[in-house]
Design a protein around this ligand. Sequence first.
Ligand code: PLP
Length: 683
Amino acid sequence: MHDFHFLDGELYCERVKVSDIVSLSGTPLFVYSRKTVSDHYRKLDTAFSSISHLICYSLKANSSIAICRILAEMGSGADITSGGELYKARMAGVPSERIVYAGVGKTRGEIEYALDSGILMFNVESVQELHLINETAGRMGERAAAAIRLNPDVEVDTHDYTKTGTSENKFGLAFEDAEKLFLEKSAFPNVDITGIHVHIGSQITSVEPYVESVRKVIGFAEGLRGRGVELKSLNIGGGLGIIYRDEKPSTAEEFAQAIVPLVEPTGLRVIIEPGRFIVGNAGIMVTKVLYTKKSPSRSFVVVDAGMNDLIRPMLYDAYHDIKPVHAAPPGAEDGVVDVVGPICESGDFLAKDRALPRVKSGDLLAVFSVGAYGFSMASNYNSRLRAAEILVDGERFTMVREKETYDDLVRGETGRFTKMCAGGNDFIVIDNRFGNYPDGTVLAARLCRRSHSIGADGLLFLEKGQDAGRLKMRIFNPDGSEAEMCGNGARCIAAFAYCKGIGSRKLNFETLAGLVSAEIIDGEVKLKMSEPAGLKLSLELSVDGRTYPASFINTGVPHTVLVVEDIETADVESLGGKIRNLPVFKPAGTNVDWVEVIDTNRIRLRTYERGVEGETLACGTGAAASAIVCSLLGKTASPVSVETRGGSILTVCFERGEKVTDVYLQGDARFVCEGSFDLSPSS
Ligand code: PLP
């Protein structure tokens, strides 16, 4: 059943002493057995091996990336119920074509994310949801695949809160409503509706309710077939029960023996979504006794884990076996106690009226069978830190999630930043939609200073735009001045907004240089820039008695472009500063670009940036300015690859008619790290 056992009075997980883990990582602590996870997966997989099937591990039971990765490597897919679970499943390496997405409240943003990721199918729970999926897929130019979740109205013997298949529950659709959807397929031209889904509840210990529900839905599928609707898959959900105390759940083989003969004749691919069955018995929680105390009527053992770590006893009246990690000597006296946590709620208990060997402060207790709906339901209630998670593999163990710190606790309440880089520029990106930072000038000067602070080429604010619902980018230089536009910065803002779920894959946003639009394509960002203006070819710039042929163009910010034989010999710092300050460019000043043409579609670039007052590793508007100027001088043609000093390659495309139009800048925009900064003025 699992790989936690006592040897010479000591609790082991596989071949590791649990107390050894505790001495490194403290308590409370979740410990998982890799072998138990993989054995349970294998049992179910083998039991269904005679038919076409896919196991989609249900992440809600335990979304530890390490555990999901073990299962993904064994061939498992994922059953997800939120954008967050999709994110974690993908991070764990679950291929998108093995991900199914259930849940009654999928948002538009989550649907977009799932379509973008190319998941196997949505398990649709309402008519309105199907309309939204259809509309979203159409808008994105994608095709969605869907199963309709049926509510088979089947009773199960489990806690009321974990029943999901009766007409009292919010889940799925009644058969008559679902039938209409299958027959009205033409109303959903962007969705292939090819499957049926049911999930009747959790911690179900007998096969009978499954048999009843599967019979009902197969009858339904046959009715549809009679009316010309062909299906491909039947998802029978999860819910298989485990032993917490003295339950006698049906085994994987018994389950398969009851289900396979029903589904085999249909020829449908069977999807199973187990969560608890795979991980439930694969985890323990270790907690330390803090105090023992008595009231006139009860004895209490106060431990350092509470309902924020394990809410199942309070929420479901769930029973979890509890044993001392160092077994009590034979014949030791038992007491009947309540094992309670430190939280200010009388519902904060792990066990009530439990016979337990007498324990004292400092003793370690193991709470069994918490691998499912343990950590995944943990919270920060009472501002408590969520526990660490450890994965044991044979005689080795690794910390797969660190214990939270006080810093984690104030995340979102202190100044948060994301460091990003694009095309060789680095930026500090801050979500300022709520106007938390009224003064970007001071903040930029403080945060962009290298060696003293985070350090960056610029500070980007994502703000609310003038038009309702629109976003706006603002960019501040390290000297505190505000620039109109920055091509690489704008590409970072687009990636930031998309990855944070604030904006969609195609996004229009305001800048001081006008409206720009961006699109995320294959991990790169393609930015449509504002129309270039102020073009002057063949300028003669006089500096220190020498004349330099140059051109000027504004691609959102002003750029002066000098085409040279070899950019390596350009005097960027000194000459750049002088050109930037020439009276002819006042009051705005100019950026200065040195360009070397390699061939018709390739140039190399060095840029002196205003505001940085020095050379930077790249400049998006500079790349666009240089590519356009070289083309107007007859030296290049669109598309132009621009090699930046930072080693990145940016692609600039544009149309040349009477004017230069449709300027696009494409390249990478990557997340580097995230963190928080102290908001106190002195720091
Ligand atoms: N599938 C769906 C749609 C669910 O809602 C759940 C749990 O609620 C599961 C699968 C997993 O259930 P269990 O962990 O009991 O196997």
